[in-house]
Design a protein around this ligand. Sequence first.
Ligand code: ADP
Ligand code: MG
Length: 326
Amino acid sequence: MSDTEFDIIRRYFTRQDSSRGDVVAGIGDDAALLQVPAGMELVVCMDTLVDGVHFPAGTPAAAIGHKALAVNLSDLAAMGAEPAWATLSLTLPESDPDWLADFSQAFFKLADRYQVQLVGGDTTQGPLSVTVQAHGFVPGGLALRRQGAQPGDHIYVTGTLGDAGLALQLAGDAGPELQQRLDYPQARLAAGQALRGIASAAIDISDGLLADLGHLLENEQLGATLCIDDLPRSDVFTGTVTRCGTAAGALFHDLPLSAGDDYELCFTVPEASLQQLESVLARFSCGCTHVGRVEREAGIRCHTADGKMYEPATDGYRHFGVSQHD
Ligand code: ADP
Ligand code: MG
């Protein structure tokens, strides 16, 4: 690298102006020194983005900088947490000033929006890979969990589904709105926090609705029915998919069911908490949609609004052939 690791850290990742009161020591010491507020539980998550696996080769540096943090904030959102700190492990093939400037600006733009402070990391040379660890707080005992759904609970998703998957499918020809959904996902933090004490279980949709809803049901060995006509689709999704010719019919249903990368939340709400859900909906700028019910019988059954069963083609993205959260 032309710049040393220390030049890179100083130039692109050390900032004087973003200090939170709970950071005793941030970048520059051997480790960060952080204060968790009394009564809060610390929520920690980490996600790695690998070139060619989690984003196509040639993805703009700004999109990578945004997405690396956004996917972690999405995990915090799914836990009902409020984000606070992040660490960043960056492996770069070379020190490219333009790439680093775009990457770090997009990272900090998103971090600043949620008052997240970058408190440390690691910088190494090698094939492009970005790992972010995010830290947040949730009042003791109130975190949303993957387990907790009960038969009869109502299933909801935030925002719209299938947009990012369609952009991926159309590989650069999707138009700016869909491409934005793929490259600049928005973590549903306000929704996650509003759902504390209301949702019986929650997860963020990174691998597709069927796969991720499956994770909410598997611990309890439960199942669900989904109405595919109720799945929330954006106007640009519907407009674009109808131009996909013969594949349009399958894509219209299967992308919202199976495509990953939307980073919406999927959550379950007991019948007794539906009124409470109504009372916090105003806090969701992204909206939320009822898509089905939890059932005692294992497996996810999809049907149309007029009651016909629907068999989706695939059930989500899998690494190593085994379903896992990426
Ligand atoms: P050490 O050799 O003690 O592990 P490093 O040289 O790796 O220290 O890092 C020096 C300081 O810079 C540490 O505080 C570390 O957390 C921080 N740091 C390193 N890389 C990054 C990065 N990409 N983003 C933010 N902070 C970083
Ligand atoms: Mg180090």
